[in-house]
Ligand binder design. Structure first.
Ligand SMILES: Cc1ncc(COP(=O)(O)O)c(C=O)c1O
Length: 424
């Protein structure tokens, strides 16, 4: 697979190089210059999820990775379910993996691909998290030979449940709580990447959501959604995706470019840079607003250039892309409206609302369930006046001891800690 840098066309890399580099020159994103459609999509839809995903990813990536089939089988080892929510609207539940979020698909695939393509040396994944990513990355790389993981998170600013999913693993996973904010954690990561001798010494890699491997893994579940639908309902399917950084919807649009028959709707919370852009043609990010659907609190979505590039490449009209943004107030009302049929957490509620408001007669709507409701238990319990049971993946961790260390927001302190831990 050949990819180029969307900012510097002349930078061309293989899939393996793109996975190792993460991002290109000038922070440009790697993307394929064209996407060859799959032949016989209907036949593919008859296969099981793993067999079909092996074929899709082999088609996209080519023969660079000999063990791709084994990697896919090992990474996608948990179920995903299409559940009817109301009438012709379905939830694609992507939260039945080990950390109860859609990120398990991308993180588990990336972890295995990175192991296959990495050079002989040792790798250190350094990542900052405001909650879910850290858990998915930590779990995906747990006990992988030759790879250490250091997850930074802001002390006291992620939920206890989220923290337990990061800092109870031990082994090659190190959790560091920083006396500071998420932005400070992110700045520490950036500083480490600019420290070239240190970067080389510990073999730094970021495993963030910009990595093309994470995106390609996510393409597969759009096919599975349609495969789980009755054939009679497959003619006019509309996916509504709760968007933050726009990686998930970009993966869906790649599925469409591969020949999956479907359309898309963008759903955001009050951080509506893209809906406003689609309405006015002006790119005017505002300050980020804190919403209940906090994983979507992003006003400069870093995957948007890929979405635009794809529309251009396919000759699709951006003005045909439907969109909507939803306030916290409407999010809560939507959760209550559906309570008797389906329990929505805030991210899914945003997507359900926009889908319901845009779906036309005869269409089948699918919204993406990106996280388990229990991960947002506080809001869900309060708004719906219920007491959600904790799923086993969380309940099992709640009484395990936390293994994190605490550091000040000080790069030298982080470097000293990592040097002591990783270069002993
Ligand atoms: C629960 C949840 N929903 C939706 C999103 C948004 O996905 P994307 O950033 O791919 O648009 C995220 C991203 O972090 C998330 O964690």
């Amino acid at each position: 697979m050949q990819l180029h840098n969307l900012k510097h066309n002349e930078q061309k890399v293989s899939f393996s190089e793109a996975v190792k580099l993460g991002i290109g020159k000038d922070q440009g994103l790697f993307f394929p210059p064209q996407i060859e459609p799959l032949s016989q999509v209907d036949d593919l839809l008859d296969l099981d999820f793993v067999s079909r995903s092996q074929k899709i990813l082999r088609h996209l990536i080519g023969d660079e990775i000999a063990d791709l089939e084994e990697i896919v089988e090992d990474a996608f080892s948990f179920p995903l379910k299409l559940q009817q929510a109301k009438n012709n609207i379905y939830a694609l539940e992507l939260f039945h993996g080990p950390t109860l979020a859609f990120k398990d698909f991308g993180a588990r695939f990336l972890a295995r691909v990175l192991k296959a393509v990495k050079d002989d040396g040792h790798l250190t994944i350094l990542t900052a998290t405001s909650g879910d990513t850290g858990a998915a990355v930590a779990d995906a790389f747990y006990k992988q030979d030759g790879i250490d993981v250091v997850v930074l998170f802001p002390k006291g600013k992620i939920s206890k449940l989220q923290q337990k999913m990061i800092d109870t693993l031990g082994s090659n996973i190190r959790a560091v709580e920083i006396n500071g904010t998420f932005d400070m954690c992110q700045d520490l990561v950036k500083t480490a990447f600019l420290d070239e001798p240190f970067r080389q010494a510990v073999g730094l890699n970021s495993a963030n959501s910009i990595n093309i491997a994470r995106l390609l893994a996510q393409v597969c579940y759009y096919f599975e959604a349609i495969a789980q639908l009755d054939k009679a309902k497959r003619d006019d399917v509309v996916f509504c995706v709760p968007c933050g950084n726009f990686g998930n919807i970009c993966a869906g649009l790649i599925a469409k470019a591969l020949g999956l028959k479907c359309n898309f709707i963008v759903a955001t919370n009050a951080n509506d840079t893209v809906p406003r852009y689609l309405h006015t043609g002006k790119w005017e990010p505002k300050d980020t607003i804190a919403c209940m659907s906090n994983a979507m609190d992003i006003s400069r979505p870093n995957n948007w250039p890929r979405v635009e590039a794809l529309f251009k490449m396919q000759g699709w009209d951006l003005s045909s892309l439907k969109y909507g943004s939803v306030s916290d107030d409407i999010t809560a009302k939507t959760m209550q409206e559906l309570k008797d049929d389906y329990i929505l957490e805030p991210h899914a509620a945003v997507a359900y609302r926009v889908l319901k408001d845009n779906l036309q007669e005869g269409q089948t709507g699918i919204f993406l369930g990106t996280a388990h409701s229990a991960k947002f238990k506080g809001d869900v319990d309060r708004i719906l006046d219920i007491d959600l049971p904790l799923p086993k993946a969380i309940a099992d961790k709640i009484n395990l001891p936390s293994l994190s260390v605490t550091l000040n927001n000080d790069y030298d302190a982080l470097k000293a800690y990592m040097t002591k831990e990783l270069l002993k």
